[in-house]
Design a protein around this ligand. Structure first.
Ligand code: PEP
Ligand code: MN
Length: 352
């Protein structure tokens, strides 16, 4: 696998005929091709028997700027394949364009009344998307399992009321069509990150996908899971770091913030951070949110409940409205400071 892939970067002004010619040559040489038409230039991905003779033969074709071997096992998700950031648009929200998105809401949709109330609260406080689980298979089969399709209907109503797009988890390949009918973004939960049938199924959907990192997954395994979705036809993938399992037991998981710059370096995909599941403790949510933004994430996923003490799931890591309002103010201050700093630097006002 490792030495079978390469990308052919076309010149900026390459013609459609030149692109077709390169694709034809690749097919003749036994490669499978994948075309990526960027704003600035066209890139052709090729999978087959890469060798220096094939690369040399391609390099001399007209319109070809360079031929780059891909060293990573993932291709469509890789930064080498697509140098510019993928921007995933959901309604008014854009992941990957530099504006921070905040996805907020309770762990689970518990009732219509409670969900609509908390949805209004987080929307008023500046959340840009809503979250809420309708299908909640839990560690224990005796815990609350979610409102299922009724929960999806409530999410769709909350979108009507607030105007915000909604995100919800899909846990079974057979449920992808029904969840996609109600929600704007499909979430793949951490425990399902390597459920390859589910990944293929959301790969056939036209909805964007938030792909959570598995609790024991390496960054490479996680990006390979994204590769499954993209190669099945859906390029609108948003990665979500939500903490990994380590020897530390003080926190529920260890939030791996180094994943943010690593993912940015290796891939062109947007990444959000979930400090709620990442720490399991509401007091840690704000500091880790600020750290995640400083590390360069494109968004945050935050669990908020109007009364965390009564939440049916994940109360200890949920912010109440007052704490969420505090977080939103701190985020505004931080993003403003980072922006001002960038401007000052661009104007040459900083000597360091
Ligand atoms: C969730 O976001 O509702 C959830 C269950 O998180 P995770 O899959 O990261 O555990
Ligand atoms: Mn939860």
């Amino acid at each position: 696998m490792q030495d079978r892939q390469m990308i052919i970067v076309m010149e900026r002004n390459a013609t459609a005929e030149q692109v077709r010619n390169v694709e034809r040559r690749l097919t003749e040489m036994g490669f499978r091709t994948h075309l990526s038409q960027g704003v600035e230039r066209t890139i052709i991905g090729a999978i087959g028997d890469r060798n220096s003779v094939a690369m040399g033969a391609l390099e001399v074709l007209s319109g070809v700027e360079r031929v780059v071997p891909i060293l990573q096992p993932f291709k469509l998700a890789s930064r080498e394949f697509q140098p510019h950031n993928t921007v995933v648009k959901v309604g008014q929200a854009e992941f990957g364009s530099g504006r921070l998105q905040v996805i907020a809401g309770p762990c689970a949709v518990e009732s219509r009344e409670k969900y609509l109330e908390v949805a209004r609260i987080v929307a008023d406080l500046g959340a840009t998307l809503l979250r809420g689980g309708a299908f909640k298979p839990r560690t224990s089969p005796y815990s609350f399992q979610g409102l299922e399709e009724e929960g999806l209907e409530i999410l769709a109503e909350a979108r009507q009321v607030t105007g915000l797009p909604v995100v919800s988890e899909v846990v079974d390949p057979r449920l992808v069509p029904v969840v996609a009918e109600y929600v704007d973004v499909l979430q793949i939960g951490a425990r399902n990150m390597q459920n390859f049938f589910l990944l293929r199924e959301v790969g056939k959907s036209s909805r964007p996908v938030i792909l959570k990192r598995g609790p024991s997954a390496t960054i490479e395994e996680w990006i390979m899971a994204a590769e499954y979705i993209i190669s099945s036809g859906n390029p609108r993938v948003i990665l979500c770091e939500r903490g990994i399992r380590t020897f530390e037991t003080y926190t529920r998981n260890t939030l791996d913030l180094s994943a943010v710059p690593v993912v940015k370096e290796l891939t062109h995909l947007p990444i959000v951070v979930d400090p709620s599941h990442g720490t399991g403790k509401w007091r840690l949510v704000e500091p880790m949110s600020l750290a995640a933004v400083a590390a360069g994430c494109d968004g945050l996923m935050i669990e908020v409940h109007q009364n965390p003490a009564e939440a049916l799931s994940d109360g200890p890591q949920s912010l109440n409205p007052v704490n969420f309002a505090h977080l939103m103010r701190s985020l505004a201050r931080l993003t403003r400071a980072l922006r001002d700093e960038e401007r000052a630097e661009a104007a040459g006002a900083r000597g360091w």
